[in-house]
Design a protein around this ligand. Structure first.
Ligand SMILES: C[S@@+](CC[C@H](N)C(=O)[O-])C[C@H]1O[C@@H](n2cnc3c(N)ncnc32)[C@H](O)[C@@H]1O
Length: 243
């Protein structure tokens, strides 16, 4: 019986993939993942079995990974960014428990989207921050709204994953409304699409104007706290140093 590595491949560009992730992919017999992510690492895959599948097939992928590992294959289950942040690590461990499998599972961390996006914008995460997914596919919207309210009230910098999709357009509008109860209209907001990928695009805007710019499922939104400012096009959240 071999093990399964749940590999975080980082945001996209191979320069931001860890050597451990690269090694895990190269030394696996079977690679399983969402098609878009498999495509991002296709140059690393030679003479391996590749199982790519579509969105919303996460549990199926985990069960397949266990089947292959129980038959003796070294399996890499790939996830974008960090597999422990809205990625495959949790589902893989839950499926292993449910099947009472003895297969060993190792999680290899990766650069998550918010780290990649923050680096593009400057230094917006220099103080306490909260990461909130606006996807209500698996989480009740009421719960998400409550978290937005409390993070806003607590003056956390807030990073939004899954901000908007073709079928889910109102959540980002509601999130902005909630934030406007607690923050100034001019609070800096950074939008980064495809961070650390070839098509990277970043916008520095404000809470007031953020919806005038494109936001989609390839975007991370970072909203500053009450001390965040913009200098020379870069967003900075002060840590509190006396300069
Ligand atoms: C299901 S989550 C997966 C997050 C991933 N596990 C991570 O750690 O980055 C998908 C969301 O992550 C964000 N995302 C992932 N990669 C990104 C990138 N390169 N640039 C901007 N946002 C990204 C988007 O908000 C997207 O809707």
């Amino acid at each position: 019986m071999k093990k399964i590595v749940v590999v975080g491949i980082g945001p996209g560009d191979e320069a931001y993939m860890t050597p451990a992730a690269r090694e895990a992919i190269i030394s696996s017999d079977v690679i399983i993942g969402y098609k878009t992510y498999i495509d991002l690492i296709s140059h690393l895959i030679t003479d391996k079995k590749v199982v790519d599948s579509g969105m919303k097939r996460e549990i199926e992928r985990c069960n397949l990974a266990l089947d292959f590992a129980e038959e003796g294959a070294a399996v890499a289950l790939v996830s974008s960014g960090d597999p422990g942040i809205y990625g495959m690590a949790g589902a893989m461990l839950e499926v292993k428990t449910q099947r009472d499998s003895k297969v060993e599972i190792e999680v290899i961390p990766g650069v998550t989207a918010v780290s990649a996006a923050a680096a593009v914008l400057g230094a917006p995460l220099m103080h306490d921050f909260a990461v909130i997914s606006l996807s209500d596919l698996l989480t009740d919207w009421k719960v998400i709204k409550k978290r937005l309210q409390l993070a806003a009230e607590g003056d956390f910098v807030i990073a939004l994953y899954n901000p908007k999709s073709k079928g889910r357009v109102t959540q980002i509008e509601e999130a902005r409304e909630i934030l406007l109860h607690y923050r100034e209209k001019e609070t800096p907001v950074g939008l980064v699409r495809n961070a650390k990928r070839a098509e990277e695009a970043a916008v520095v805007t404000t809470l007031k104007e953020m919806l005038q710019h494109p936001i989609d499922m390839l975007t991370v939104v970072i909203i500053g706290n009450s001390n965040t400012f913009v200098e020379n096009g870069k967003i900075i959240t002060p840590r509190g140093y006396q300069l």
